[in-house]
Design a protein around this ligand. Structure first.
Ligand code: SAM
Length: 281
């Protein structure tokens, strides 16, 4: 994903329609480009002008063919984004290239978070070829494809969303990692896996509830779990304590380090907990 935040874009819009609106400062200052699709957030007062802003954005961004405007929050367990096409091609299925990987997806119907880009690259550099990796919330392969491609590790990728799973299967073939990567459609808690060296939990809503299933699938002597979570205010200590208690119930001693990924909303951050587990049996 390319995040464009430029005064040039804002100035371009001000130049084009600044005179016809009450408060030009409300015009968007940037956008995200995923493949050929621009995703825009527009001030509610300017939503009646969404089509005009969309057409201008197509004119400004030569790589774009479609423009979607955010209409509301991402919905449900399957994380369905809420965008409306306001300009350009109705074909919003696109291929986005990042870190040497081609991701085919429809960003109007599948979430592809801009804030995770550094983590996607970082994680793909941590894995060695002899590992067995499980991605419990794979979506179109944001974490698991770069891991499979760059490390050659054996990867199992699970997702409950059938559209995401469809793209995931296509992406596995397109990036030619079918020999070391497998996709499964379903709730990760219903998928039995064993002897994982590393488990990625890239989901933000009550992720800690899924931890027992991850611990159950880890190899006997231990491994590492990358657990993403929303952290409200000072809740980090609470989450750490839960991780330690759960780990110990499954016979592991946990060493935890955490990193912020991005600000999620006021008072809420997205963090990743790297949980190193050693058997205490
Ligand atoms: C927001 S996406 C995150 C994708 C990627 N892991 C990342 O962090 O960038 C979360 C994904 O988790 C999937 N998901 C949610 N609950 C699930 C479950 N119980 N089992 C498997 N997949 C699940 C959703 O369908 C969605 O594709």
């Amino acid at each position: 994903m390319i995040e464009v935040e430029s005064m040039k874009y804002y100035d371009f819009l001000v130049n084009a329609i600044g005179n016809s609106i009450e408060d030009p400062a409300k015009l968007p200052k940037g956008y995200q480009l995923i493949g050929h699709v621009v995703l825009l957030s527009i001030h509610p007062d300017l939503l009646p002008l969404a089509d005009v802003i969309g057409e201008l954005t197509l004119e400004f961004e030569s790589r774009s063919k479609s423009v979607g405007v955010r209409m509301g929050p991402t919905r449900g367990q399957k994380r369905i984004p809420n965008y409306k096409l306001v300009a350009g091609s109705k074909n919003t299925t696109t291929t986005h290239t990042e870190n040497g990987i081609e991701f085919k997806l429809n960003p109007m119907r599948i979430t592809f978070s801009r804030g995770n880009v550094n983590e996607r690259i970082f994680l793909s550099q941590q894995v060695s070829s002899d590992e067995h990796v499980v991605d419990m919330f794979a979506c179109v392969g944001q974490f698991s494809l770069p891991i499979a491609f760059h490390s050659g590790a054996n990867v199992l990728a699970i997702d409950i969303n059938d559209l995401a799973y469809d793209f995931l299967c296509q992406n596995i073939r397109m990036n030619e990692v079918h020999e070391n990567m497998t996709a499964v459609l379903g709730d990760c808690r219903d998928v039995t896996f064993r002897d994982a060296d590393r488990i990625v939990m890239g989901y933000l809503h009550d992720t800690v509830d899924y931890l027992p299933h991850a611990l159950n699938g880890l190899r006997f002597r231990g491994g590492i779990i990358h657990m993403h979570s929303l952290v409200h205010g000072n809740d980090e200590r609470k989450i750490r304590n839960t991780i330690i208690t759960e780990s110990s119930e499954y016979g592991f001693m946990a060493k935890i380090s955490s990193r912020p990924i991005k600000k999620y909303s006021p008072g809420v951050s997205h963090m990743v907990f790297d949980i190193n587990l050693d058997s205490n049996r």
